[in-house]
Design a protein around this ligand. Structure first.
Ligand code: DGJ
Length: 740
């Protein structure tokens, strides 16, 4: 890893693990992008690229004004000669909207600086990374922009952000302030993204690039169920394990834009950042604006390698705190077991059974506070409902601890029910616009976290509860998006700052609470996976992946989520059948086999299980305890996609030392008189032999990866006598151990 500056050529060469990223200072002072891809020699001269490829762009001599329209750039500007989408845009006091940033200076520092008030990847030792900070200046606007690029020693990652500084004496309105912009010299890519809706989050979507704009975004005040803040450009010949892939992931939990533009010469521009739609930031003299971070990953071995880079970076250098490197507890959550209808006895009955089955953490979900018998009241009234829990949370927590389990609690602190004491006391604390309806969703409004006193109150209310009981886990939920966006506190010219100020307020709350309560494991949730993003992972190392707990649907959801997010971040629970979202009936075995590839838990009424079901649950729990370190910290490989063909899915994890592996194979519908299938594995040591638990034969690592593993007969047409092995929704798991 190194960042090299060639003084004579005015070229920056950033080298990450096996990646090079190269750009130059053009004669005009603009930054021209030269290359991003597989590592090349540090002294390679690439400066001819722009001159040759942009022949139409240069006027007769380079001394004259340059047309930027075809020049690959680092942080393109609006208003001069580039007609593509800019990385930023300003509005000055004289009403002008154009700007022109030119190189002023640069510095290279060891390590990586924190981004004030924002989540970002980090280093533990300054030798892990190097950061280049290039300062650009617009002399008319007196605007400085510092572009920051961090390269990591052990990752094919370039982390980018931008900081705006108003050095003048007049106000500057930032109307667009994106975090990254990368120009590619061609457009031979597909555009991959993760899209969906409630209960079908992060489905993998792919389409060819075409001349024009293609984008995904959120305008909902949250990163959203509908689009995840991630895109990849994949070469036409790339797949899971081959070919070039460029990933862009946004470390932010609010409105975002990820956009790809192809011009008439098949050049491609990717931009990513806070969504400029309904955004404006008033930058007064001497004020600064820091953009969130975009994490860009290059892979020359397909999507899976890109994902592995994100997984390890996000697991070890984005997630923080005591639980980052620890195996996570197996939990039982009462939501689908009881919904709002519970009392202390019911909770303790479930907890008792949970303990007997080997579960480690009881999570009390929604309905324990205020007067909340359904979702129409009480958000904001964070004190225990003594009708349901007459002895209080402290006592309940102690009783659960006495059973030998930890105690966890659900909150939805960003929200307020109009039917609550808090709302009656502070009716202007919600996001709203005067004289307009306060539109409710799930009977609730969003607290205005752009206001300091509202954030302080949230910190105080949550802290009081956390101090009052032996709580070691918090599920932090958020169940509606922003509408009628306005703040009673912000001046008129700052109203469009609200969604970003909300995120800054939320991040302050999370920073404060996670520092005050370092021994609590926080899990984020937003109607399931509505805010499954790197921003939240910085504060909470795990996220509830989806409200959809159906095993078949989970195949797609977990497969898509794994594109960016590590297994250690994905909450995955076994729930009851008929499934509460779809009414599908799947075998308990398959529900377990799917959830095992996540942060495992149960979300059903354990007291209603049959003796046989309890036996199986016991076995699942015991097995997960044995494999969880491998599952949560191993390298994840996607083997068979549920999005292609839809009937089969397979994935596996391999320990870093390749001594252990865990493989899951799932078949949605059974097949009559099926053909024979084999599954080829990945990531094993070809020189070593492996034993598969429950089988006599010894397999070579090479055999498993190149010849393949014959699927057992349940997938190849089981005999009608093997009743537990036939039918729809079958699955199997293999546990591999190297033979030394
Ligand atoms: C939405 C979450 O995703 C569910 O798991 C559950 O906690 C409910 N909210 C409770 O209201």
């Amino acid at each position: 890893m190194a960042i090299i500056y060639n003084e004579e050529k005015k070229v920056f060469h950033l080298q990450a693990k096996d990646t090079s990223y190269v750009f130059e200072i053009l004669n005009t002072g603009h930054l021209g992008h030269l290359y991003w891809g597989k590592k090349v020699k540090a002294d390679l001269d690439l400066t001819h690229l722009i001159r040759e490829q942009s022949r139409k762009a240069f006027l007769a001599s380079e001394q004259k004004e340059l047309s930027l329209d075809l020049i690959p750039q680092e942080y393109p500007t609006y208003g001069y000669t580039d007609f593509r989408q800019p990385a930023y845009q300003v509005k000055l006091e004289n009403g002008s909207n154009i700007s022109n940033l030119k190189y002023l200076s640069h510095e290279i520092i060891a390590g990586k600086e924190r981004l004030e008030g924002l989540p970002a990847t980090y280093v533990e030792d300054s030798s892990e990374a190097e950061t280049l900070k290039v300062t650009l200046f617009d002399e008319v606007a007196n605007l400085k922009v510092v572009l920051s690029y961090t390269v990591y020693q052990d990752f094919d990652v370039i982390a980018r952000s931008a900081r705006f500084i108003n050095e003048g004496e007049e106000n500057i309105n930032l109307e667009r302030a994106l975090s990254t912009s990368v120009d590619f010299r061609d457009a031979d890519f597909d555009f991959l993204h993760l899209s969906g809706a409630w209960s079908r989050e992060r489905h993998v979507k792919k389409r060819p690039l075409e001349q024009g704009l293609q984008a995904i975004e959120s305008t909902r005040g949250a990163s959203s169920l509908q689009q995840n803040p991630f895109i990849a450009l994949t070469r036409k010949d790339a797949d899971e394990h081959h070919g070039e892939v460029y990933g862009f992931s946004f470390v932010y939990s609010g409105n975002f834009l990820a956009q790809v533009q192809v011009n008439s010469y098949k050049q491609t521009r990717v931009t990513m950042g806070i969504n400029p739609f309904d955004f404006n930031w008033l930058l007064e003299p001497n004020e600064t604006f820091q953009t969130p971070e975009a994490v860009m990953v290059y892979s020359d071995q397909g999507l899976n390698k890109m994902s592995q880079t994100y997984h390890k970076l996000y697991r070890t250098r984005l997630a923080r705190g005591k639980f980052r490197d620890k195996v996570r507890p197996i939990l039982i959550n009462n939501w689908e077991a009881t919904y709002f209808d519970f009392d202390e006895d019911k909770i303790l009955d479930i907890a008792k059974d949970g303990k007997e089955l080997g579960l480690e953490l009881f999570v009390l979900d929604d309905g324990w506070f205020g007067k909340r018998d359904d979702d129409s009241t009480s958000l904001g009234d964070w004190f225990v409902d003594e009708r349901k829990l007459p002895n209080g949370l402290g006592s309940l927590g102690k009783k659960i601890n006495d059973l030998g389990m930890e105690f966890g609690l659900w909150f939805e602190p960003e929200m307020i029910s109009p039917e609550s004491e808090l709302y009656r006391a502070h009716p202007d604390w919600c996001i709203h616009v005067p004289n307009r309806t306060r539109g409710q969703a799930r009977s609730q409004l969003v607290l205005d976290l752009s206001r300091e006193e509202v954030c302080d109150k949230v910190i105080e209310m949550v802290s009081d509860i956390l101090d009052s009981a032996p709580i070691t886990y918090v599920k932090w939920d958020m169940n509606r998006n922003m509408t009628q966006i306005g703040s009673a506190k912000l001046p008129a010219q700052r109203q469009r700052e609200l969604p970003h100020r909300y995120m800054l307020g939320l991040y302050r709350i999370l920073e404060e609470l996670t520092s005050r309560f370092p021994d609590i494991l926080f899990e984020s949730c937003a109607s399931g996976g509505g805010r499954f993003d790197p921003g939240m992972l910085y504060y909470m190392p795990q996220t509830w992946t989806s409200d959809d707990t159906d095993a078949v649907e989970r195949l797609k959801i977990q497969y898509g989520t794994s594109m960016v997010y590590p297994v250690s971040s994905m909450g995955a629970h076994v729930s009851a059948v008929p499934n509460h979202q779809l009414a599908r009936v799947t075998p308990l075995k398959t529900r377990g086999n799917v959830a095992m590839f996540g942060n495992f838990g149960y979300e059903l009424d354990l007291t209603k299980l049959t003796v046989e079901e309890k036996e199986l649950v016991k076995k699942q729990v015991a097995e997960y305890k044995e494999v969880r370190e491998l599952v949560q910290q191993g390298e994840f490989y996607r083997l068979v996609s549920p999005f292609e063909g839809n009937n089969d899915t397979a994935w596996m994890v391999v320990s870093e030392d390749k001594k252990e592996a865990y493989v899951g194979f799932y078949k949605v519908l059974t097949e009559p008189n099926a053909p024979y299938y084999t599954l080829t594995l990945k990531g094993l040591d070809p020189e070593k032999n492996y034993r598969i638990k429950g089988m006599d034969k010894i397999y070579g690592g090479d055999e498993l990866m190149y010849v393949g593993l014959n699927l057992p007969k349940l997938f190849n047409g089981a005999a009608p006598s093997d009743l537990d092995m036939i039918g729809d929704f079958q699955s199997t798991i293999w546990r591999l151990q190297v033979i030394e």
